[in-house]
Design a protein around this ligand. Structure first.
Ligand code: SF4
Length: 507
């Protein structure tokens, strides 16, 4: 057991060590194993990646048809796409990826903001600015009053409705703290230019938990539960996450989503941290993970993220990752994920710079963040665009404002959706999977995207963004009239009420 020192909160070293000792419940790993084996077979994936030669174009095109039918690809089909190098075939793959995205999610991009609530962590991951051995990091956990101040900026000044809240693994930010912060966030309502603002959906990125703790989280009201495996390659995982730390247990993390499903949380988000190991391996493992969740629970991942390692304060490994993914590889892996798991939401974050985000979003991404500040307390403390390395897990590549990003998307014909209706109407888990595969979810989403976009433009948009946004809205209204005449009148009633200052109307 490594020594756990906590100089940053009221927890004594002995209490922290005690907490760490009792975190992992072996029986909550073993019950999900198949004949004692986990669903990631490292040797088999490596063998598949080595064995596949130059793919037959006819086979590739057959696979693309399967993606376009919104069916999950097999690992064998995925490896075939990974091996495509021919520029023409790659262009066909990108086209198919875009078509899949439009079929399932139309021209909508959902937006959200990250909110980091604490950077105390008992783990010591070699690539992370929050690791316990990084003594130059300024540690802090927000009080509930400080959480309120962050939300006043996010919901009252920027206009976000959806957050991903992020916590380190530490007794000071345990499940009870998380549940209190979720309730606090939900309670804040802020007056805006024409109505009021509020956070309506909180997705949570936190350490793996037991089924009992996840049930507490579910009860508190959670959107998606995200746990990233970081790397699915077990030897690399074990090298980067010291033995004796909680995170050093590969299987506890790998089965985090099985426990979430068992606890009733059926929207889960998975992802690797790109740069720790070969991206081809990670993409194959993601597909295995999606298939495993579909097989065991009938529900695949609600979202897949694909963050690349970014520089972090006093963290050499993050400056020079061993398996750095270049921009071309990044575009290819996003394309392959879109095709392999066609129903899933795909999250592109402000880690990436503005130019790359412009190029990668159209390859099938469905969610992105803007006006992001990832320092602890940074929304209340810092100006838009500022960063403070020693209070952040890493540095962002794109600090543009939400207004700028919304305008850019509108000029490209995309509607920024602030919709959070899905989980509040019970459209989660198996229900949402069915709706997404059949393209029916788009019906609700289209209506709710227009109404929430109108709301945001009226409350927060600059004159230029309102002008660009209204062109998109006009086209959306035309499509609703044409394609959904039976609901058009009710939709317009909601739209008009929203323009008059009513808020949070949805289908
Ligand atoms: S990656 Fe997560 S678990 Fe690891 S040190 Fe950073 S905050 Fe802690």
């Amino acid at each position: 057991m490594t020594t756990v020192v906590c100089n940053h909160c009221e927890h004594t070293t002995a209490r922290v060590a005690d907490w760490v000792k009792n975190r992992i419940k072996p029986e909550q790993i073993e019950k999900y194993l198949d004949h004692g084996r986990c669903f990631i077979d490292t040797a088999a994936i490596e063998q598949a990646l080595k064995a596949n030669g130059k793919p037959d174009p006819r086979r590739v095109r057959d696979i693309l048809q399967k993606s376009l039918a919104i069916e999950t690809l097999t690992p064998e089909e995925t490896v075939c796409l990974i091996h495509v190098e021919d520029p023409e075939l790659l262009a066909e793959m990108r086209q198919a990826a875009q078509a899949v995205k439009v079929r399932v999610y139309d021209n909508r991009i959902v937006t959200f903001a990250p909110l980091y609530l604490g950077n105390l962590c008992v783990n010591n991951c070699a690539y992370c600015g929050f690791r316990s051995s990084n003594h130059s990091e300024q540690r802090r956990v927000l009080s509930l009053d400080e959480v309120r101040r962050e939300i006043e900026v996010l919901a009252g000044q920027i206009g976000h409705k959806r957050l991903i809240v992020v916590y380190g693994e530490h007794p000071a930010t345990d499940v009870h703290y998380i549940a209190s912060t979720l309730r606090t966030i939900a309670d804040v309502k802020v007056k805006t230019r024409c109505g009021w603002g509020q956070i309506r959906r909180c997705n949570v990125n936190a350490a793996p938990m037991s089924v009992e703790e996840l049930a507490v989280l579910n009860e508190a009201g959670i959107g998606t539960f995200q746990v990233f495996q970081e790397t699915y390659h077990r030897p690399t995982y074990e090298r980067l996450h010291p033995a004796g730390t909680i995170k050093g247990n590969y299987l506890w993390r790998l089965y985090a989503m099985h426990r979430a499903m068992e606890a009733g949380i059926d929207d889960v988000g998975i992802g690797p941290l790109l740069g720790l190991y070969d991206w081809r391996f990670e993409v194959m493992a993601l597909v295995y993970h999606a298939i495993e969740l579909e097989k065991k629970f009938g529900i695949g991942p609600h979202t897949i993220s694909f963050p690349r390692i970014e520089p972090a304060h006093n963290t050499p490994l993050a400056q020079h990752p061993e398996y750095a993914v270049d921009d071309d590889e990044f575009k290819k892996l996003v394309t392959v994920i879109r095709l392999a798991v066609p129903y899933t939401g795909m999250i592109l974050t402000a880690r990436e710079n503005a130019r790359l985000r412009r190029e990668v979003l159209p390859l099938g991404c469905t969610q992105t963040d803007a006006s992001s500040r990832i320092g602890i307390g940074a929304y209340a403390d810092l100006a838009d665009g500022d960063q403070q390395g020693d209070r952040q897990q890493f540095l962002l590549g794109d600090t543009r404002s939400l207004d700028t990003v919304v305008r850019e998307l509108a000029e490209a014909g995309c509607i920024t959706s602030f919709c959070t209706a899905g989980y509040r109407c019970g459209r989660t888990g198996q229900k949402i999977m069915g709706l997404l595969r059949s393209g029916k979810e788009g019906r609700f989403c289209k209506l709710n995207a227009v109404i929430t976009f109108r709301e945001w433009l009226d409350d927060f948009g600059s004159p230029e963004t309102i002008a660009a946004g209204e062109k998109v809205i006009a086209e959306e209204i035309r499509q609703v009239r044409e394609k959904m005449p039976e609901i058009f009148d009710q939709f317009m009633r909601y739209y008009d009420k929203t323009q008059a200052g009513d808020r949070d109307l949805y289908f």
